[in-house]
Design a protein around this ligand. Sequence first.
Ligand code: OSB
Ligand code: MG
Length: 392
Amino acid sequence: MVYKSVQTSSSTIVRQLAAPAPVALSSIEIRLLRLRLVRPFETSFDRLDTRLIMLTRIEADGVEGWGEIVALEEPLFSYETVETAREIIKRHFAPALLHGTITSLDDLVGRLRHFRGHPMAKAGLELAWMDLVGRLRQEPITTLIGGTRTRVDVGVSLGIERTREALLAIVDEHVALGYQRIKLKIKPGWDVDIVDAVRQRHPTMLLSVDANAAYTLADFAHLRKLDAYKLLMIEQPLGHNDLVDHARLQGQIDTAICLDESIGDVHAAEQALCLGSGRIINIKIGRVGGYSEALAIHDLCLSMGVPVWCGGMLESGIGRAHNLALASLPGFTLPGDISASARYWTRDIITPPVTVAADGTVIVPIRPGIGIDLDRDYLHSETVAIDRHERI
Ligand code: OSB
Ligand code: MG
């Protein structure tokens, strides 16, 4: 065993964690499938009716590991897309991994480190690696990374609707399902009045908003009005790569700012916390390039007393199983965007689907790897493309 003890910081554990024996990957597969959302999901940047799900599958000695690449079809949340991830894996990442043997996550990360950017594509490979190692070691990912929770607190992210009445009905429905926190997507023209209406109906509920970078410095006075509603946080109000204006805004409002798009790695997290750009960080494994970086951000925030929570990108059950493992770490003290399968899909690609208990928690899988079973019939019937890269 190469790693020391669970007392070590979790990012050190995960980086040094060895496979039981050096692993010679025989193939890397990218699988695309299109799933219809149970209801369209509208944000300040887009409206989605379906999600093109992008899965990674690696194989070694007949054992497989599954991950998910959270890129969208258009470069609206970040510059990556499903097609850029396909191309970068085909031309650069797969050739870098499909030779020799890989001994640890650190080894895998090291082979990809010199390639700039493309964190979502990198994350898809790290996730599949951690599932594979978990299966080889017969341990769940939560154990491999030093998770401390058996259940995680969850909330739900609700999109922009056509009418206020429609949103209020959807909010009521999700409060009744037990979700511990409701997050409303906002944009100019769909913000203070909407929050006012939801707050009147649910005076004490944990409530937050997410602007996906829809505002600018010119909107400070308007955003300050949100202070009246005792929100848990305002997520990413300003530019996707901004830290300085967020610090200025945080200096002028009481509500905590949470950063999502602006935090691409642990370096950005450190700078944001130094500058005071926010008081909470949303960690998405895909956005930051995988477990290694997500754990580093978690450790930094835990050491500085900054709360973190696990964000989502409308993942299939595979991505959500990874998110559950991540959210089992001690620093994840706020409810995550890890909702039930039924909030997204009529049928998920895993069985049983993810369910949320009446107390607003989800069980962390404890079987080896991501700890879930695939609904292989459904997975195959919805698949629209497979890229297969083999060891040369
Ligand atoms: O900003 O958190 C976001 C979905 C797609 C892209 C960006 C975001 C989101 C969500 C949904 O808010 C979270 C979920 O998966 O439930
Ligand atoms: Mg967000």
